[in-house]
Design a protein around this ligand. Structure first.
Ligand SMILES: [Zn+2]
Ligand SMILES: [Zn+2]
Length: 129
């Protein structure tokens, strides 16, 4: 009973990552809270097709997601209060960490995430445990 191999599943052992508020260092999410999404349309096929350029040209970086998406969490007070969309403020220092919208939002890579609980990477510190 073999499962169909997903191209995404590269089972390498990575150290677990946690995300802290950059200002007050409160932990706002850990790796297991992250909701992954497929990067903008056909990005992987891109890699194969865009071979015509200068071979010396460095491989173009894939479109980077400037934010990460997580599942709704306890510290998101606006979520608990029943808002449909609202800013996500750090519970520790009230810094704006992101935004959420139950109807979905678009990531910087072009992918739609639905529902979306978006945290700006620039507001977070990524730490390895
Ligand atoms: Zn993205
Ligand atoms: Zn904070």
């Amino acid at each position: 009973m073999a499962e169909p191999a997903s191209t995404e599943l590269e089972t390498t052992t990575k150290p677990p990552v946690i995300y802290r508020c950059k200002k007050c260092r409160r932990i706002v999410a850990s790796e297991e809270n992250i909701v992954s999404h497929q990067h903008g349309k056909g990005e992987s096929s891109f890699k194969w097709k865009k071979r015509s350029g200068n071979p010396w040209e460095k491989e173009k970086q894939p479109v980077d997601c400037t934010s990460l998406f997580v599942e709704p969490m306890k510290w998101m007070e606006a979520v608990q209060e029943g808002h449909v969309e609202e800013k996500l403020l750090c519970m520790g220092c009230n810094a704006r960490l992101g935004y959420f919208n139950w109807a979905g939002m678009q990531c910087s890579c072009g992918a739609w995430v639905n529902p979306a609980f978006q945290l700006h990477k620039s507001r977070l510190d990524e730490c390895y445990m």
